[in-house]
Design a protein around this ligand. Structure first.
Ligand SMILES: Cc1ncc(COP(=O)(O)O)c(C=O)c1O
Length: 449
């Protein structure tokens, strides 16, 4: 029986629900990353590091709420905070104590967070950061890096000038694309040359490399960026939507000791509920403030609407999460498990003779399989950025790996990586290594790798 035949045999109820979903949602899914052929699984409930699908199969989860669930599913303290708040009301249309506590925690934990502005998602956070930078500098253009993801609004959807990156979607006006410049990461000379033209409001990047570290950054690139952006009076934005509160309590800026002007946050920030934030330099974030000067308010002030900004439920979940995150003890646990998992998966590749490499940082990992992938390495980080960036895994291989691992009770993020958490266990890791070994054998038998 092939991987796909086994998958269909194990998940008949998910297949049935998907048939119905196709009538309501385009391709039957509500986020691109959940798309999987011949159908994705439907989940009924989740707890800790595990989740259970509509057919009753149990899975060790590495999707972890797209990286939001640093303390796993239905964490008792976070759940209690949400339930307690739900009975007190979910929207006051007014200030409330929990938003203050949540914002103060962000300021305490994130080194560059002089002031905070809440939004409802990471996409809204990068939208606000770009707007603040443009208003503050009076310049129009944004500089991003190829394959760095900052959500799906127009300003970060891509760049007309990019040679190595096309926009993530059609439907973005050419005039908007013309205001975004995209360059390859790690080439500070090119960045410096572009900034010297004097029209760049902000440089935005994922501070551990494109697509949550799929293409890791060269050591020193962050510090170099800090230096050139200061020299050219350009706002430096670290998009820490994934890395924030994960690669250390204070994110990549704490881990690498480089403080940006603005930081965008979401995911872990809101404890598993929707929420985002821009945190940073007080002068820049203060572009949002009302002043006694009517001309400022009418012409210079940046608007800050958003019905669900800092809503009480997200604030309750976020504050509960951040109070546990700031101790760093869950990072020690999640990182230790990843440091066991990644080398073991590389060993499995070596034993199976399958070309590929597993690598990562802190509590995330990426898997590359197939011809052209670099050989397995020791350790978990992939520090060398010399030469061409690695190809992403072909989507057909990622799909087969995702289905194969699900057949063995493990759910990977888009079939090519995932997140460990403060609640994964040694048993989860052992089960995952066995599942990977078995799936590699099956992929090999089908001639896929
Ligand atoms: C680095 C980064 N920035 C921004 C976003 C967008 O966040 P959201 O999905 O909350 O809109 C994401 C989402 O995965 C992300 O990975």
């Amino acid at each position: 029986m092939t991987i796909t035949e086994t998958y269909a045999r194990l998940h008949p109820e998910s297949a049935r629900l998907y048939e119905k979903a196709l009538r309501t949602f385009p391709s039957g899914v509500t986020h691109d990353i959940r798309y999987l052929t011949p159908f994705p699984i439907f989940i009924e409930r989740a707890h800790g590091s595990r989740k259970w699908d509509a057919d009753g199969n149990e899975h060790v989860d590495y999707v972890m709420g797209h990286g939001a669930l640093f303390l796993g599913h239905a964490h008792p303290q976070i759940t209690a905070a949400i339930v307690e708040q739900a009975w007190k009301g979910t929207h006051y249309g007014a200030n409330h104590r929990l938003e203050l506590e949540w914002g103060e925690l962000v300021r305490e934990i994130v080194p560059g967070a002089g002031a905070v502005c809440f939004t409802s998602s990471g996409t809204e956070a990068t939208l606000m950061a770009a707007r603040l930078a443009r208003a503050y500098t009076g310049r129009d253009r944004l500089l991003k890096f190829d394959h760095h993801f900052h959500g799906w609004h127009d300003a970060v959807a891509g760049a007309r000038a990019a040679e190595s990156e096309s926009p993530i979607s059609p439907g973005v006006p050419a005039g908007v694309l013309a205001n975004t410049v995209s360059l390859p990461q790690n080439d500070i000379a090119q960045v410096e040359q572009r900034l010297a033209e004097g029209d760049i409001a902000a440089v935005i990047l994922e501070p551990t490399g494109a697509s949550w570290g799929t293409l890791p950054l060269a050591a020193g690139f962050l510090a170099d960026l800090r230096e050139v952006t200061l020299r050219h009076h350009t706002v430096l934005i670290f998009d820490e939507v994934v890395t924030g509160f994960r690669v250390s309590p204070g994110g990549a800026q704490e881990r690498y000791g480089v403080t940006p002007d603005l930081t965008t946050l979401a995911k872990i920030l809101a404890g598993g509920l929707p929420g985002g934030a821009v945190a940073g330099n007080v002068d820049i974030v203060s572009m949002l403030e009302f002043r006694s000067d009517a001309a400022w308010n009418a012409q210079r002030r940046v608007a800050h609407p958003g019905t669900f900004n800092a809503n009480p439920l997200s604030a309750a979940a976020g504050a509960a999460m951040l109070k546990m995150v700031r101790t760093g003890e869950h990072h020690t646990h999640a990182d230790a498990l990843n440091s066991r998992l990644v080398p073991a998966l590389n060993d499995a590749l070596r034993r199976a003779g399958v070309p590929g490499r597993v690598y990562g940082l802190a509590s995330y990992f990426h898997i590359l399989l197939g011809a052209g992938a670099p050989p397995p390495a020791d350790g978990i980080e992939w520090p060398s950025r010399d030469g061409a960036p690695p190809a992403r895994m072909a989507s057909s291989l990622a799909g087969a790996l995702k289905r194969g691992m699900l057949n063995h009770g493990v759910d990977l993020m888009s079939g090519s990586g995932g997140f460990t958490s403060g609640v994964h266990t040694d048993e989860d890791i052992g089960l995952t290594i066995d599942a990977f070994e078995a799936t590699l054998g099956e992929m090999r038998a089908e001639g896929l790798v």
